[in-house]
Design a protein around this ligand. Structure first.
Ligand code: OSB
Ligand code: MG
Length: 369
């Protein structure tokens, strides 16, 4: 494959509902969309970095900078057989995994399209219905939260995740558990607690949660390991797992019992497959996270979710929870049994609707080999 041209675009899509976490409130996604072309075909990638450096250090602006100045020049015009080889070309660039992921995943889509295969097959799996859960933001009141959970369950979703932070943890979790005694329930703190909060987090043990996601900071593997010894609830790491090496370290330290894979956070599908294989070999359950992606990133996530290590419902939900209309048509939908079909066709199986993409684009730049 030889990438002949490449377009970067900053795309802005308003969310159907604002989404609030321990680190802030988002009313719109503003992200870099990548199109890579070769042999008359185009592969798509979506960068998960946000405008603000609150979930992780990367932002839409840093991703644009690192892609346009370093990553794109190293891939344009170069001959490579597999998208997975790009990581080697980018080795000099430290970090910036979200920027790398968007380009790497676009190249995987292109590689699959050139081979005339669905992306999941190139990743080593076959299409299967994906068990879907939802991530529900911090609400203004416990009653409003319970109403939202009820609506999501009515749509069929198999697992509920609620966002927590100090001051919004015990009451919302107790209320959701009381209203829905048997629902598969988990909480996500997005790194809002400290090592001293063990007792507050242990108070959640009585709700029979599937897991507590990322209670402590992204670089606190040792404190997570200590905290896990104080909790019955399994810890799942999200922000902390930015590479296969960190996944191996986290498991060696027993800092978590479950891993959330987001290819956009880990530098793409290459590192994601490595973490998948490592976790699977050790019997560590995996699930696929989400970053409020448009239908493009969502389709990538569905394809990766077909791998056998993804044994728990993911945060890959229907388009209409996020964007109406989505960038793609038809939108991604959830079936009454809470599963989502992987788009069929070559590559990710979906393309942006040209008029919608044009209307949502704030600026773009085209690069040629
Ligand atoms: O921590 O999983 C997270 C959204 C943005 C940033 C981080 C996270 C999330 C979500 C939403 O939880 C997942 C989704 O519905 O896409
Ligand atoms: Mg999370």
């Amino acid at each position: 494959m030889r990438v002949e041209s490449l377009t970067l675009a900053v795309v802005r899509l308003p969310l159907v509902r604002p989404f609030e976490t321990s680190f802030g409130r988002t009313a719109a996604r503003e992200f870099v969309l990548v199109a890579v072309s070769a042999g008359g075909l185009t592969g798509w990638g979506e960068c998960v970095a946000d405008v603000d450096p609150f979930y992780t250090a990367e932002t839409t602006a840093t991703a644009w900078h690192v892609m346009s100045q370093y990553l794109v020049p190293a891939m344009l015009g170069a001959e490579f057989a597999r998208a997975a080889e790009l990581a080697v070309r980018w080795q000099r660039v430290r970090g910036h995994r979200m920027a790398k992921a968007a380009l790497e995943m676009a190249a995987w889509d292109l590689e699959a399209r050139l081979a005339g295969k669905p992306l999941c097959e190139l990743l080593g799996a076959a299409a299967r219905p994906i068990a879907s859960g939802v991530s529900i933001g911090i609400h203004g009141s416990v009653d409003a939260l319970v109403d939202r959970v009820r609506a999501e369950l009515a749509d069929g979703y198999q697992r509920i995740k609620i966002k927590i932070k100090p001051g919004w943890d015990l009451a919302p979790t107790a209320a959701v558990r009381e209203a829905f005694p048997t629902v598969a329930l988990m909480v996500d703190a997005n790194a809002a607690y400290t090592a001293a909060d063990g007792p507050a987090l242990a108070a959640l043990d009585r709700f029979g949660l599937m897991m507590i996601e990322q209670p402590l900071d992204y670089d606190d593997l040792v404190d997570h390991a200590r905290l896990q010894t104080e909790l019955a609830t399994p810890i799942c790491l999200d922000e902390s797992i930015t590479s296969p090496k960190l996944a191996a370290d986290a498991l060696a330290l027993e800092a978590c019992r479950i891993i959330n894979i987001k290819p956009g956070r880990m530098g793409g599908f290459g590192p994601s497959l490595a973490v998948h294989d490592l976790a699977r070999a050790r019997g560590v359950p995996l699930w696929h996270g989400g970053m409020l992606e448009s239908g493009i990133g969502r389709a990538h996530n569905l394809h990766l979710s077909t791998l056998p290590g993804f044994t728990l419902p993911g945060d890959v939900a229907a388009s209409r929870r996020y964007f109406v209309p989505d960038l793609i048509e038809p939108p991604i939908e959830v079936a009454p049994d809470g599963t989502i079909a992987v788009p069929s066709g070559a590559g990710i199986g979906v393309d942006p609707v040209p008029d919608r993409l044009r209307a949502a684009t704030l600026h773009s730049e085209r690069f040629h080999a």
